[in-house]
Write a protein of this length. Structure first.
Length: 277
């Protein structure tokens, strides 16, 4: 079985829930506004591999470390989820050297997790950080958060799924404006256009995230994975094909132990004890 990553720049906390474990993964580079360097990206990919294979892990939460206290006489750095890629790692690279990083990339590793993922966003979520949030199933932001795809200002475009997932979430017109303009929007606007699911005060961010994670972890882990697959199918299929796929998934669940457990618990007004089978 894959091992849980153990690196300073990605701290991992295992929080017990009623049926298993909720992982809280913190990108820990506050001095760089939690920018994604190669080490962090590799650690997140390893985390996804480990979480996928672990029967105990039910939900994965991503967040950014809070800023450190500033040196005397210096201003404190702003809060950030992930303020983008570490641009210093782009210097001197061409298409040949950068391509391998994007053929096996961190954003797809998060996207392909079959378990629920939640992004807790407090502060800047820019570029690759915005794409990390977009790769998660649910996004919760504070009212001081800022979102953007500023790659255009570097002579680039988003490369971690941003042009596609942003368009899925907020529509063609607004996505085109954000990608071509490179300007930021605040948390309130992100919530208004559907980029984030919830907006909260900073002190309530973890509370809201754990509330949602605990609710998800109380469901059948097998059925949660099927539900995620079914909703995702709407992104890749015409509606008639998607509905047929949904029908087949629904019918197939009638052969699972968890369907029997859930129906019997409902009829008996009891609490289901899921097996994941």
């Amino acid at each position: 079985m894959a091992e849980r990553p153990d690196v300073e720049e990605l701290t991992i906390e295992e929080c017990s829930s009623e049926n298993g474990v909720i992982i809280v993964a913190t990108i820990n580079r506050p001095e760089k506004l939690n920018a994604l360097n190669i080490d962090v990206k590799e650690a997140i990919k390893s985390l996804c591999t480990w979480a996928q294979k672990s029967e105990e892990v039910l939900v994965v939460i991503f967040r950014g470390a809070s800023p450190l206290p500033p040196p005397e006489g210096k201003r404190q750095k702003p809060h950030a989820f992930v303020a983008g890629a570490d641009v210093s790692e782009f210097v001197g690279k061409d298409s040949t050297t950068i391509r391998p990083e994007f053929e096996d990339n961190v954003w797809e590793a998060v996207w392909k997790l079959t378990k629920p993922t939640i992004a807790l966003i407090d502060g800047y979520a820019l570029g690759g950080g915005s794409e990390l949030a977009l790769s998660c199933d649910i996004r919760i932001a504070t009212n001081r958060s800022m979102f953007g795809t500023p790659e255009i200002n570097l002579g680039l475009i988003p490369g971690g799924g941003g042009t596609q997932r942003l368009t899925w979430l907020i529509g063609y017109g607004k996505a085109m404006e954000m990608v071509m303009g490179g300007e930021m929007i605040d948390g309130e606007e992100a919530y208004r256009i559907g980029l984030v699911n919830h907006i909260v005060e900073p002190n309530d961010l973890m509370k809201k995230g754990m509330e949602i994670a605990n609710n998800l972890s109380s469901k059948s882990p097998l059925t949660i994975q099927v539900a995620k697959q079914a909703v995702r199918a709407a992104l890749d299929n015409p509606i008639t094909d998607g509905i047929l796929l949904e029908h087949n998934m629904f019918v197939d669940l009638f052969d699972t132990k968890d369907k029997e457990i859930g129906v019997n618990a409902f009829m008996e007004r009891g609490k289901p004890n899921w097996t994941g089978e």
